[in-house]
Design a protein around this ligand. Structure first.
Ligand code: HEM
Length: 153
């Protein structure tokens, strides 16, 4: 991400902040509309609390854009937990689409092509770290079994 993209993400996030709760509500409605399968992942979830957690995490990530190394290990942990919630690669694409749609609705005229690509980039970065950590966690136990099998007795 370029410094200008980081600036655009921070600036537009500040614009969304006053309507964050409503935006989070719109986001989940949109997600369940475009990918109804995701609804069952949240079947036992308290959605008011979930909206807060999502917003807090996004704020945390956006504030941490200048210290990506410091951010990475927390985002990796988040990705591993998401694998446990049953989240797949395809779900990440749906969440990205719902997020971009929500920001577009919320920002109106401020949603320019440069803002769109900055947000797409930030989501690709976060979801990329989460997906990679989840995929590594999945192969790790299988690798351990394979290593045990080839080790001489
Ligand atoms: C950048 C992407 C994402 C961020 C920042 C994010 C953030 C969070 C946070 C902060 C929580 C609270 C629990 C925890 O910290 O482990 C959570 C829970 C959850 N997320 Fe995400 N998430 C993302 C992507 C996704 C995707 C792609 C899905 C799939 C539809 C998803 C589904 C869930 C579910 C099912 C829970 C568990 C709710 C529960 O506790 O019952 N998330 N997410």
């Amino acid at each position: 991400m370029t410094p200008e993209q980081k600036r655009l993400v921070r600036h537009t996030w500040d614009q969304v902040a006053p309507m964050a709760e409503a935006a989070a509500d719109m986001f989940y409605r949109r997600l369940f509309e475009i990918d109804p399968d995701t609804r069952q992942l949240f079947r036992a979830t308290e959605m008011v609390a979930q909206r807060k957690k999502l917003l807090q995490t996004l704020s945390f990530a956006i504030n941490g854009l200048d210290d990506l190394d410091g951010l990475a290990s927390k985002v990796e942990d988040l990705g591993r937990r998401h694998a446990g919630y049953g989240v797949t690669d395809a779900h990440y694409d749906s969440v990205g689409a719902a997020l971009v749609w929500t920001l577009e609705q919320g920002l109106g005229h401020a949603w320019t092509p440069a803002v769109a690509s900055a947000w797409t980039e930030v989501y690709a970065m976060l979801s990329g770290i989460m997906r990679t950590a989840a995929a590594r966690a999945e192969v790790a136990p299988a690798k351990r079994v394979a290593l045990r099998q080839v080790r001489p007795m």
